[in-house]
Write a protein that binds this ligand. Structure first.
Ligand SMILES: Nc1ncnc2c1ncn2[C@@H]1O[C@H](COP(=O)(O)OP(=O)(O)OP(=O)(O)O)[C@@H](O)[C@H]1O
Ligand SMILES: [Mg+2]
Length: 258
């Protein structure tokens, strides 16, 4: 995978070394090291509050490390060259739609700002991407009229429109029903097949994570517990990893007996 890792091939790799992040006296990331290969789907999983969203924000330059570095194809994350050379899209956990714009305007914003296509073509692309996420015909709706799950799907359509080389998804299936979650998972995989975009997915959704990942990093307490292919992670005997992977709801009486 690595040999054709260039911006021209639409593939980028990411290197994270010695990444630490503190907010005040509280250290959230405690030394994170990993490399993401060009074109791979890299899934980051871990308990709530373990620092997944904070880590993801460092990978797109929205947070600055207290120590360590993030490089994309060898460029420091905050270098101006990086921003002019690469299309990087992020699907935020909250959706982060612009509330004063309609769904269609939100999805087409990047294309309009960059004047990449004439308006009729932009409308066609917007229609196509909304259909992919199961929201055909929602162009005129306003964000306030949408459920949480619909907002998330609009945010995914907005990222797809950029045809990004690197795409980051923060909890892409939270608030979505199981059928739409499966569609979104398939779309993440199809998107990688079509564009070779390197994809980083933060998720609690074990079915999604194990279903789409080339490799998975499990983090807890600001550190990586294990990193490997889905099979390698499934076989990991670290007790914390086992607890995370095996957690399942038990009716109260059964839980009392165990
Ligand atoms: N800007 C900030 N200032 C101070 N603390 C923050 C900030 N952003 C995140 N934190 C703290 O960092 C910790 C990790 O947050 P983060 O959002 O990365 O968790 P997460 O693993 O994404 O959780 P979830 O699965 O619930 O989304 C939390 O304790 C959170 O309160
Ligand atoms: Mg989060």
């Amino acid at each position: 995978m690595n040999e054709s890792c260039t911006v021209e091939s639409g593939r980028v790799c990411v290197e994270v070394s010695g990444l630490r992040k503190s907010f005040g006296t509280s250290e959230i990331l405690k030394g994170i090291d990993f490399g993401i290969r060009c074109g791979e789907i890299f899934v980051i999983m871990g308990p709530s509050g373990s620092g997944k969203s904070v880590l993801l924000k460092h990978l797109i330059g929205l947070e600055r490390p207290t120590a360590g570095s993030v490089r994309i194809d060898g460029h420091e994350i905050d270098s101006p060259e990086l921003l002019s050379k690469y299309r990087i899209a992020m699907v935020f956990q909250s959706g982060a739609l612009l509330s004063s714009l309609s769904v269609g305007e939100n999805v087409g914003l990047y294309l309009r700002e960059h004047r990449i296509h004439p308006p009729a073509e932009i409308n066609r692309i917007v229609r196509e991407k909304l259909a992919i996420v199961g929201l055909a015909g929602s162009e005129e709706k306003m964000p306030t009229e949408l459920s949480g799950g619909m907002k998330k799907r609009v945010a995914i359509a907005r990222a797809l429109v950029m045809d990004p080389q690197l795409i980051l998804y923060d909890e892409p299936t939270s608030e979505l029903d199981p059928l739409i979650s499966v569609t979104i998972g398939q779309e993440i995989v199809k998107m990688r097949e079509r564009t070779h975009a390197t994809s980083i997915v933060v998720t609690h959704d074990r079915d999604l994570g194990f279903g789409i990942a080339d490799r998975i990093a499990l983090i807890s307490g600001g550190r990586i517990l294990t990193l490997g292919t889905p099979d390698e992670v499934r076989a990991c005997d670290n007790p914390e990893v086992r607890t995370f992977l095996n957690a399942s709801y038990q009716p109260p009486e059964e839980a009392d007996r165990t």
